[in-house]
Design a protein around this ligand. Structure first.
Ligand SMILES: Nc1ncnc2c1ncn2[C@@H]1O[C@H](COP(=O)(O)OP(=O)(O)OP(=O)(O)O)[C@@H](O)[C@H]1O
Ligand SMILES: [Mg+2]
Length: 583
């Protein structure tokens, strides 16, 4: 149970609630133990025909009163123990999410989203089960078992008590075993259901592809197969569920059998009274649940501990990228960028993505980067943003190694339009103003949208800037997405602006307009333009050409054309393509 040690602070803070909960739990148990004593007295009085109707009412009122106290007590322990366990769930989930936000992008490459989701839901749920219902069951099992046994011996004799409880440990054992099998099978049900919903989800989001490739029939077959799997898993589970109750009833009825046979003999012999007999049977009834609880609780605690271990493991995960001790106090960025002999290999990759890269971008100038797909252009940016740590070479911003610049300063002052143009499922307005925590002026948003030439598109939507994107909203065209992502970066007014293939989905005319607009924005800042189209970079102060992770050419447009190398090849091909498409 050592795994739960990480929750010490939470327990210390909420110890009173747990203690109060346990207090009420025990009160309920004690009152439950009184009830058979009332039954015993009533039966004994009935037998000797001494029960008057007024005393009958008195005992009836006692029973009602015990019912009230039991009800009240159950309400309170539920609030105190179960309620606190839900608060624990809330606490762990928040802590986990906060921690995950500190981990580097590489962590999210290595761990599947589905797994992380499972940790955040199932694992946390199991921890709650262990520390809510689990605590209730343990307390109940220990206290009730001991107390009911004492009461049994007290009302009758030790021999009857021992004989009656002989079958009960088997009850605990069987339930423990059954619990394991049930858990395994319900897990299979869960898994097959999540397969099924993944299947449907992917189909719905890819419905255009499915329809255009006329693959509905195959999709139906795939879905039916997955649905059948789920049905089978459910049948598998229900079979064991069906066996569960009869077995529990059978084992506990063995106890009753012993009591009726042996206890009955004792009554006939006059060793115990009929009231004792009735009370004893009631106590036996009270013992069945704690015995079942012992069976359940061992599994619940084991699973909870295993889940806690998994969560602890994630929480112990150190962020790969963080501010080191030698970080300098730097709040702003001028904008000079330099790569010095940088070579880089992605973790878990054998090939170098970058080989001995050196270049310098003076403050306020524009660097164009071109090169074939997969040649390492995006990698340059991920390293500049310190999404990965480098081991060979140096990356300097304003002459300072990026590992010495506070991450916040570095990233806040770089406006990066990434190649995938990821937009969130909120309004266009919220997407563009993503970098700002507080609300900003609409004019600023409009201005950014105008520069990136997406303003006219947006105001054509009925809800304009409040239009929702994503699943429940409109779908933007590829070019509109790019330009919205561009507006999101421009509005930050960053010292370094980086466009990674951000104009590829717009036509050359729109591109020209955007570049014209950007000229004002790009003035006085450092810019990096990554592109496949020469037209995007041709006016840059400096252009570097990448091939297989190496810089193969550098210079300005005219110089590179004269070199008649890779750049010239790409340029001529594009000219040719343009001519063909204009015909
Ligand atoms: N996270 C990653 N893990 C491992 N390898 C990666 C990762 N990201 C990129 N690579 C590899 O690194 C090389 C360079 O990729 P990069 O994304 O920098 O290319 P690019 O020049 O931007 O290409 P494109 O023009 O298609 O965007 C490729 O071989 C790619 O497969
Ligand atoms: Mg790229």
């Amino acid at each position: 149970m050592g795994s739960f040690r990480t929750l010490k602070d939470f327990f210390i803070k909420h110890k009173w609630r747990y203690l109060l909960g346990i207090f009420w739990l025990i009160i309920v148990d004690i009152v439950q133990l009184i009830v058979p004593q009332i039954l015993r007295t009533v039966t004994d009085l009935l037998e000797v025909e001494q029960l008057t109707s007024s005393s009958l009412i008195k005992y009836a009122v006692y029973i009602v009163l015990t019912g009230l106290v039991i009800g009240l007590g159950r309400y309170y322990w539920r609030i105190y123990i179960m309620g606190t366990s839900y608060e624990l769930e809330y606490y762990i989930r928040n802590k986990l999410f906060r921690h995950l936000q500190t981990l580097s992008t590489n962590y999210f490459n290595k761990n599947k989203t589905g797994d992380l989701m499972a940790h955040g839901t199932e694992d946390i749920n199991r921890i709650r089960m262990a520390l809510g219902p689990g605590i209730v069951m343990i307390t109940d099992a220990i206290f009730m078992t001991i107390a009911a046994l004492i009461m049994m011996i007290y009302t009758t004799n030790i021999r009857l008590a021992v004989m009656a409880i002989i079958p009960l440990p088997f009850l605990a054992l069987t339930i423990g075993k059954f619990g394991k099998v049930i858990f395994k099978r319900s897990k299979l049900v869960q898994e097959s259901f999540s397969d099924l919903s993944d299947n449907a989800q992917e189909n719905f989001s890819g419905i255009r592809v499915v329809k255009s490739f006329v693959q509905e029939e195959r999709e139906i077959k795939k879905f039916t197969k997955s649905n059948k799997q789920n049905f089978k898993a459910n049948m598998h589970l229900i079979k064991i569920h069906g066996l569960f109750e009869p077995i529990v009833r059978f084992i506990s009825s063995l106890s009753y059998l012993i009591v009726i046979w042996y206890g009955g003999t004792l009554v006939i012999r006059g060793t115990i009274s009929l009231g004792d007999f009735v009370a004893f049977i009631s106590y036996l009834g009270l013992l069945v649940w704690p015995m079942m609880a012992i069976g359940f609780v061992i599994n619940i605690l084991q699973r909870g501990a295993a889940s806690m271990d998994r969560i602890n493991k994630i929480m112990a995960e150190k962020p790969e990228i963080y501010d080191h001790e030698d970080v300098i106090n730097k709040k702003s960025i001028e904008g000079e960028i330099e790569f010095r002999n940088v070579s880089f290999k992605y973790p878990e990759s054998i090939e170098y993505a970058l080989k001995d890269i050196s270049f310098k971008v003076p403050k306020g100038s524009t660097l164009g980067i071109v090169g074939r797909t997969g040649s390492g252009k995006t990698t340059i940016i991920t390293l500049l943003l310190r999404l990965y740590e480098i081991e060979e070479g140096e990356i300097l911003v304003d002459g300072v190694n990026v590992s010495k610049i506070p991450l916040k300063t570095l990233r806040e002052n770089i406006g990066y339009v990434s190649q995938d143009n990821f937009l969130f499922s909120t309004s266009i307005k919220d997407n563009i103003s993503f970098a700002f925590e507080d609300e900003i002026k609409n004019e600023q948003i409009y201005e950014a949208a105008k520069i990136s030439q997406v303003y006219d598109n947006i105001i054509e939507f009925p809800q304009k800037f409040d239009t929702s994107l994503g699943e429940r909203g409109v779908t933007l065209s590829g070019g509109q997405r790019q330009r919205t992502a561009l507006a999101r970066a421009i509005i930050k007014n960053p010292d370094i602006l980086i466009l990674d293939d951000s104009l590829s989905a717009v036509d050359t005319q729109t591109e020209e307009k955007i570049l014209d607009n950007l000229e004002k924005v790009m003035k006085n800042r450092t810019n990096m333009l990554i592109a496949h189209r020469i037209s995007t970079v041709k006016n840059s102060d400096q252009i570097i050409v990448f091939d297989e992770g190496k810089i193969v050419e550098r210079g300005i447009h005219e110089e590179l054309i004269e070199k008649k190398g890779l750049y010239n090849d790409i340029y001529n091909k594009q000219l040719l393509e343009e001519k063909i498409s204009n015909k």
